[in-house]
Design a protein around this ligand. Structure first.
Ligand SMILES: CC(C)(COP(=O)(O)OP(=O)(O)OC[C@H]1O[C@@H](n2cnc3c(N)ncnc32)[C@H](O)[C@@H]1OP(=O)(O)O)[C@@H](O)C(=O)NCCC(=O)NCCS
Length: 175
């Protein structure tokens, strides 16, 4: 579990002590319909983070979760999911969230680019994908800028409080 060096930031393995700042990444006006899931409180985040931290230590983890750190401050996180699945070892998914103080500065794009390159090399992947709400234009733009291509729209893919939402799926596929 090593730090990954970016331009003006590092990606370092997530820690339990990041939980409060991790929770703050879900703050924002009307953010709920933009996300797959919003944790209720610090207690829930600590449980989520503990699972991620423990999983990361495994020889064949399900995911790798990194804090995006700028001058020692947690500025968001970026993570890999669905790694090492049987018959699907060639692919994984990426997710990210930026702390409100650091949004709109190009950080998600840089972090996604860096983790994508790392994951393709480390796991010898053929495919990486990301899913998000179709209405989340900023998130889609991040993926476009990081080299992902739109593969399609999953209609009525998520239900929140009785409302159905469409999702996008973007991917990078190597030869
Ligand atoms: C979405 C999010 C990850 C983007 O992170 P970020 O660091 O602010 O993103 P970047 O600065 O790298 O790039 C954002 C791009 O989206 C664009 N953008 C922002 N709001 C937009 C909107 N409403 N419509 C269209 N484009 C938009 C920006 O202009 C920028 O593109 P540009 O460089 O071509 O101008 C961040 O805002 C966030 O965490 N939001 C809340 C949670 C969330 O949506 N997480 C993602 C779940 S899939």
């Amino acid at each position: 579990m090593k730090d990954l060096k970016g331009n003006g930031f590092i990606l370092r393995p997530l820690r339990l002590s990041d939980s409060q700042r991790y929770l703050e990444c879900f703050v924002g006006e009307n953010i709920k319909p933009f996300l797959l899931r919003v944790p209720r409180d610090l207690d829930e985040v600590q449980k989520i983070v503990r699972v991620k931290v423990n999983d990361f230590r495994k020889k064949k983890p399900f995911g790798e979760s990194y804090a995006i750190e700028i001058e020692g401050v947690f500025a968001g996180y970026v993570e890999l999911h669905n790694l090492n699945l049987e018959h699907q070892e060639h692919k994984c998914e990426i997710g990210y969230n930026i702390h409100p103080d650091y949004r709109g500065k190009g950080l998600a794009t840089l972090a996604v680019r860096l983790l994508t390159k790392y994951a393709f090399e480390k796991y010898r992947l053929k495919r990486m994908s990301a899913m998000g709400r179709l209405k989340n234009k900023a998130s889609a733009r991040v993926l476009q800028k990081a080299g992902y291509k739109l593969e399609g729209v999953l209609r009525k893919n998520k239900e929140i409080d009785g409302v159905f939402y469409d999702d996008f799926i973007y991917a990078v596929v190597k030869k």
